[in-house]
Write a protein that binds this ligand. Structure first.
Ligand code: ZN
Ligand code: ZN
Length: 369
């Protein structure tokens, strides 16, 4: 490798269809300059960086990521090693520490309704690394030491890249969902967030079904089936609601859900129609947890919501505590990361994005240096 520091960079925001050729046409590998460190900043060498669905959305010019300024070296799911401390106080952070960053940094203003209760993920001024400033797809990264979360003992550097996405799930499932053993849970969407949700829901004692589309059949739904989940292939002609009406059974022939309804639906697809339909497959007083975001407004039958006393909750990002829970799940093997990681070298980073956008892998993790 040459001495120049390289980064995988968003350049443009043209709308690109995920099945078209040249899905990475908005991106380029660029040479990077390392800026001078400001007060409270550190320089780190990235180790492993994961490709997130939101990175893919930004790369193909989806409307919900139009706000990201270009050019931008993306990446918010990574492990890294501290190389240098800038001016100012860095608390316990020291050179050589291996860490993963908090993707979301709050304004930390005492008056901020979110930061004053340590919910940086809900701060109106939040700064997401890799979107608001250059991130983990650079071979070096400059960031605030406030973001540093040291990797828990026993966690590999590669697993470090999975902490952030798994923390999204621990926040959503532990703080919003209240899953009880024996419940039936359907996870809509079989990207990594959906599959992580399925694993964590099952670990909490639920029986879990995962949905996907025909395009997911050979890779992501196949993996879900291998992992022992009920898999449901949905289409506009064969909707989730109609499949529930017709009855779904698990591999032992036991009906899944009761009277065509489940206790909880976790929405990870980002497809508006799926959320619209969700309220018809959840039992009265059941729960819907929305982790996805949408490129447009989503129509919901609010009267049905009232009459069934459903709980619909959103869950945004994660905080330091959720990172701790996520690391614990991997260190203890409760979340089996080895089933969900596809490794790429940095020279193949564009391929990692192409495969991810085309849903040809589970979670692309790039070895950065
Ligand atoms: Zn992400
Ligand atoms: Zn704030």
């Amino acid at each position: 490798m040459s001495n120049t520091i390289k980064g995988f960079c968003l350049q443009r925001k043209e709308k690109i269809h995920p099945n078209s050729d040249n899905v990475t046409g908005n991106t380029a590998i660029v040479d990077m300059e390392i800026p001078e460190l400001k007060e409270g900043e550190i320089l780190a060498k990235t180790l492993y960086t994961g490709v997130c669905g939101s990175d893919n959305s930004a790369a193909i010019g989806k409307a919900n990521f139009a706000w990201v300024e270009r050019p931008r070296v993306i990446g918010h799911e990574f492990s890294a090693e501290v190389l240098e401390l800038g001016p100012g106080d860095h608390g316990d952070v020291k050179v050589g520490d291996i860490f993963t960053p908090l993707a979301i940094l709050g304004c930390q203003d005492e008056e901020c309704p979110a930061c004053s209760i340590a919910k940086w993920n809900l701060c109106p001024q939040k700064q997401i690394i890799g979107f608001h400033r250059n991130g983990g797809f650079g071979q070096r990264v400059v960031l605030e030491s406030d973001r540093v979360v040291p990797l828990m003992e026993g966690l590999t550097h590669a697993q470090g890249a999975l902490v952030e996405p798994l923390s999204i799930i621990t926040n959503a499932l532990y703080n919003k969902c209240n899953i009880k053993p024996g419940q039936d849970v359907v996870v809509t969407g079989c990207g990594i967030i959906g599959l992580m949700s399925a694993e964590v829901a099952r670990a909490a004692g639920a029986r879990v079904a995962v949905t996907g589309i025909a395009h997911d059949r050979d890779i992501r739904l196949k993996k879900a089936k291998e992992r022992g989940f009920i898999t449901l292939e949905v289409s506009p002609e064969n909707t989730l609601a109609s499949q529930f009406q017709n009855g779904i059974i698990d591999e032992n022939g036991v009906p899944f859900g009761s009277n065509g309804k489940v206790d909880l639906l976790i929405e990870c697809s980002g497809v508006p129609q799926v959320l619209t339909e969700a309220i018809s497959v959840v039992r009265p007083e059941g729960d819907i947890c929305v982790i996805a975001t949408y490129g447009q407004d989503v129509p919901i039958n609010a009267t049905h919501l009232t009459r069934t006393s459903l709980n619909m909750r959103g869950s945004m990002g994660s905080c330091r505590d959720d990172y701790m829970s996520a690391m614990k799940l991997m260190v203890t093997g409760v979340f089996p990361s080895e089933h969900y990681t596809d490794f790429y070298d940095f020279e193949n980073v564009t391929q990692a994005f192409e495969d991810s956008i085309k849903a040809q892998n589970m979670k692309a993790v790039v070895k950065m240096n």
